[in-house]
Ligand binder design. Structure first.
Ligand code: SF4
Length: 438
């Protein structure tokens, strides 16, 4: 590969620099300093159809289809992420996540299946769970993942929230003292200028009841050079901050990405991973096992394995739930528990995340529970004998306001009745009118 200004030649990982592919990317004259500068990476992203059409493996005849797809769903691929693609593999899992596909044209799915907009008291702020809220602070991403859940916001342009818009979100959080955990998301918040991200974190830290800040970002995967000393120094000031990222394939865990995670961890920012289960990319137990063990080596915790959301344009990525359960079945017993994420599905309609896993309880009696292990061996587990002593209680035990299945477990309520249950509505009408049963 040629270099500019006589600096050392740069060897790129993956397909673009490998012998298996003669492709010379348009940035073939990059210097090492430029390559490691996130600004250069952003300035040289693949963002239009003519650049896409020049990529190896793309049929020039597909140009019109690509134009139609990208007129709805924008494209953006950093040179770094592009360099991980093996262009001689038509089913390359990195390419599937980055390069637009004609399958994105579909009516199947919804723009906002998780109903984030319906739980949005202030534009950009979703408040669904009692003690947490989500702030969408920008629509911009350094790479636009083809499987993104928030594809709907791409059409709003590449802007970020103004100080005025952010001030409304801060005011809402300030008014709601039950919010103790704020997720700063997007788009990708780590693509914001450092000073703007600092403005957001500083304002959140001024709210006394905000204990935890979480940042959702794919930057460690697609633009690891953005995690530089300036960014880490700034994040360190506003901890505790947790970062949730999204590695989906073991080939994404490169030395550059692992080093970026290491820099975050050294700045006091723990890194968790939220893999999305994607057909053709990672829907195989061995791929997920290798991904998770690579992440553990990089000190990143495999946190969630997400069922791909029912978003319009993503149907070709969705697997059956049973595939996720099969993967979880294959992981248990063959990987350290640290390398086993929770498999969850975010059910359309705003039901939130529901964990799904193989069933290990075969039966439960008062004295014994029958379990099976990962090998299928069935075992009897002897329960503790009750000696009448009470369970532990926190020092400041008072009534905990809850409205969930836990209250059934404690006996606080006898039943939870779905709204709209006709039998219960009839019973209520009878009680109110004093009339006999009909
Ligand atoms: S980085 Fe996140 S928000 Fe941006 S396109 Fe990818 S998944 Fe969507």
């Amino acid at each position: 590969m040629e270099t500019k200004s006589g600096e050392d030649a740069l060897t790129l990982p993956g397909g673009t620099g490998g012998d298996s592919c003669a492709y010379d990317p348009p940035w073939a004259t990059v210097t090492e300093r430029e390559w490691n500068d996130y600004r250069w990476q952003i300035a040289n992203r693949v963002t239009d159809v003519s650049q896409l059409a020049s990529l190896p493996g793309i049929d020039p005849a597909d140009r019109e289809l690509l134009r139609r797809v990208t007129s709805i769903y924008r494209v953006g691929i950093t040179p770094y992420y592009l360099s991980l693609i093996r262009f001689d593999d038509p089913a390359d899992p990195i390419a599937l996540q980055a390069i637009p596909a004609v399958e994105e044209f579909t009516d199947i799915g919804l723009d906002d299946p998780l109903d984030e907009e319906k739980d949005m008291p202030v534009p950009g702020l979703t408040h669904r769970y009692p003690d947490r809220c989500l702030m969408v602070v920008t629509n911009y991403c350094s790479m636009y993942c083809r499987h993104c859940t928030r594809k709907r916001i791409w059409t709003l342009g590449e802007g970020s929230k103004t100080e005025f818009e952010l001030s409304k979100m801060f005011a809402y959080i300030r008014r709601h003292e039950e919010i103790r955990d704020v997720i700063v998301s997007g788009g990708d918040p780590l693509t914001l200028p450092t000073a703007r991200l600092e403005y957001i974190l500083k304002n959140l830290r001024r709210i006394p009841h905000v204990e935890i800040i979480r940042i959702g970002s794919r930057v460690p995967v697609v633009l690891p050079m953005r995690i530089d000393a300036e960014m880490c120094g700034m994040l360190e000031k506003y901890g505790p901050i947790w970062l949730n990222t999204q590695f989906n394939h073991p080939r994404e865990v490169t030395p550059e990405a692992a080093a970026a995670c290491d820099r975050l961890i050294r700045a006091g920012v723990p890194v968790n991973n939220q893999t999305v289960l994607l057909k053709g990319v990672n829907d195989h137990p061995e791929i997920i096992r290798r991904l998770n063990t690579s992440l553990l080596k990089a000190k990143v915790r495999p946190y969630y394995l997400f069922q791909c959301d029912m978003v319009r344009g993503l149907e070709h990525f969705r697997t059956r739930l049973s595939r996720g359960v099969e993967i979880m079945e294959a992981l248990r017993g063959h990987s350290s528990g640290l390398a086993i994420p929770s498999f969850v599905v975010d059910v359309p309609g705003g039901g939130g995340k529901i964990p799904i896993m193989p069933n290990y309880i075969l039966s439960m009696g008062e004295e014994r529970t029958v379990l099976r292990n990962y090998e299928g061996i069935i075992l009897s587990y002897e329960e503790a004998r009750s000696d009448g002593r009470p369970s532990a209680r926190p020092d400041d035990a008072g009534p905990t306001p809850r409205n969930d299945v836990y209250r059934l477990m404690t006996g606080e309520v006898k039943s939870l009745v779905p709204a709209g249950n006709e039998r219960m509505a009839r019973r209520k009408r009878r009680c109110e009118s004093g009339s006999p049963a009909t």
